[in-house]
Write a protein that binds this ligand. Structure first.
Ligand code: PEP
Ligand code: MG
Length: 543
């Protein structure tokens, strides 16, 4: 058995035979044409046929992967209409008298190289798209039919790379997994794989040949590993994992796409909590309405040094793009207390949970906070991003951080860098914040109640100390009342309120939260469907 590692695009287990996907690699002939003007007309006709094909593909994508993901084909159409692209082809055909197929493929290479050389990851990922549209035109010019590939049995597709249209043309019911040598997490093929719920790995270091074609393999999309020719024992274990996966999926399928609505028609948003960009696939798999808490400090905890603005920007942008228009609430750094990072070089504290943590640290170390804010504001330009500040205790803190956000925006503006000011919310996780929630509500766009810290600070019980478990009452009336006070104050000011602490996932409290009027619950991905199930069983007319 051999195993190869790559980057996980989408989790899941797949077992089956490998089909090595190979593009037709016949060299594109280059020759002089007698009548360049006629040749250009031939190109124009192919261009218009390519647009028709893309319209059809977009229609297919709309049905199979939804509106946001189908947008890639809108981008393809725009690329086909790009003046520079057409001018480059025209120049090669008309001024140099070269055939259209070659003119298109040479233009594709020039544009792909230009995109690959850009700093911006999003633009880099467009190289594959310009090749995709150009291959389509070349296929039309050389009268090749659209290559709809179908297999007799479901297979694991292994390929050098896959374009979005190739991925979409494959019969989804016959694809067990995608494994590619190239590709970026940002590519639309990766996004499509996630949305199609197909285990996918990219950047796998496999020898690019067809020797593996037909071999049995196990793809573990969670760890990003493909095992080729697995031994009997490993195969047995993998089948067991697959069985468990399928059972989970069955429950998932019945609840997927369903509203989070009670029997008497009350609707609530159900979002997911994540700590890592990799978790976004779980969010999609479990059909969350958005991300309610992205604990950004995990990005810092996983590193030995401060993540740069670019690194953070790439992660936040990836999250909003993958969530394709759904809300992504990123909580700013919540370092301190139990979440310690050596390179922050923080002083030893007597009571770290009551010490320099979260927003206090950001206010005291503006250079760290500013870098994060720049990355967040820039990523906000690419999707539906909101930011949320942790551990707020006073109005002054909110005004201070908002001022820092606007200063950062002004800085980006003066540097001509794309940005958008996101919705800004705060966590309500200290009793002080609850008590002044009427005033805080006037300053922000939303509240998210952090019941983990709110319980610790209200009951004076260190959340890390298991010795105190017997004194801890997760259903303490004080907490339920504080949730009620916060919700009423939020609604009076016209803002929405959610819960993102662990209590949000407790189905024994779902009815209580709904009766109070909480607008959103944000839970770990694995709890989304059980909570949805509970919501759908509740009838608020019955006490
Ligand atoms: C909370 O305190 O409830 C919360 C969601 O934040 P964390 O658990 O990350 O402190
Ligand atoms: Mg907290």
């Amino acid at each position: 058995m051999k195993s190869y590692h790559g980057k996980s695009v989408y989790g899941g287990i797949a077992i089956g035979k490998i089909r090595f996907w190979k593009k037709s690699d016949a060299d594109i002939a280059c020759y002089r044409v007698k009548n360049p003007d006629e040749e250009f007309i031939r190109f124009e006709k192919a261009l218009s046929e390519a647009k028709n094909q893309i319209d059809n593909l977009k229609e297919k994508a709309l049905n199979e992967v939804g509106e946001e993901n189908a947008e890639i084909f809108e981008i393809h159409k725009l690329m086909l209409e790009d003046k520079d692209y057409i001018e480059s082809v025209e120049n090669i055909i008309c001024n140099q008298g070269i055939n259209a197929e070659y003119a298109v493929s040479a233009t594709a290479e020039t544009f792909a190289a230009m995109f690959s050389g850009m700093d911006d990851h999003y633009m880099q990922a467009r190289a594959v798209d310009v090749r995709d549209i150009s291959d389509r035109i070349v296929d039309i010019l050389s009268k090749k039919s659209e290559s709809i590939v179908s297999y007799n049995e479901p297979v694991i597709i292994v390929a050098e790379d896959l374009t979005p249209s190739e991925a979409l043309q494959l019969d989804k019911s016959k694809i067990l997994a995608f494994v590619t040598f190239k590709g970026s997490l940002n590519s639309h093929t990766a996004i499509l794989a996630r949305t199609m719920n197909i285990p996918a790995i990219i950047g796998v270091d496999l020898i690019s040949n067809e020797d593996i074609d037909g071999n049995l393999a196990v793809v573990d999309g969670f760890s990003g590993t493909i095992y080729i020719e697995p031994d009997e024992e490993f195969l047995k274990k993998s089948y067991q994992c697959l069985k468990e996966e399928l059972e989970k999926k069955e429950l998932l399928e019945t609840l997927k796409g369903k509203e989070n609505t009670t029997l008497d028609g009350k609707k609530i948003e159900l979002f997911a909590n994540i700590g890592n960009i990799k978790d976004v696939s779980l969010v999609i798999e479990n059909d969350a309405n958005g991300i309610g808490l992205f604990r950004s400090e995990f990005i810092f905890l996983e590193k030995n040094t401060f993540p740069s603005e670019e690194e953070q920007f790439a992660i936040y942008k990836n999250a909003v793009e993958t969530m394709a228009g759904k809300k992504v609430i990123i909580r700013t750094l919540d370092i301190g207390a139990d979440k310690k990072v050596d390179y922050f070089k923080l002083e030893q504290e007597e009571n770290p949970a009551l010490g320099l943590r979260a927003i206090r640290l950001c206010i005291k170390r503006p250079e760290i906070f500013k870098t994060q804010l720049r990355a967040l504001l820039r990523a906000s330009f690419y999707g539906n991003l909101s930011i949320m500040f942790p551990m707020i205790t006073s109005l002054k803190e909110v005004c201070d951080v908002k001022r820092m956000v606007y200063q950062t925006a002004a800085e980006l503006e003066s540097q001509n860098i794309n940005y958008k000011i996101p919705e800004m919310g705060i966590m309500i996780e200290t009793p002080a914040a609850v008590m002044i929630s009427d005033e805080l509500a006037k300053e922000v766009d939303f509240f998210s109640i952090g019941t983990n810290d709110l319980s610790q600070y209200s009951m004076a019980i260190d959340r890390q100390n298991e010795e105190l478990d017997e004194f801890f009452d997760p259903y303490h009336k004080a907490i339920i009342r504080m949730i009620d006070i916060t919700t009423q104050n939020a609604h009076k000011a016209g803002i929405w309120v959610g819960i993102c602490g662990e209590l949000a996932a407790d189905t024994d409290l779902t009815q209580t939260f709904l009766s109070i009027g909480v607008d959103e619950l944000s839970v770990s991905p694995s709890r989304l469907l059980p909570v949805r199930k509970k919501i759908r069983e509740i009838d608020l007319r019955k006490k």
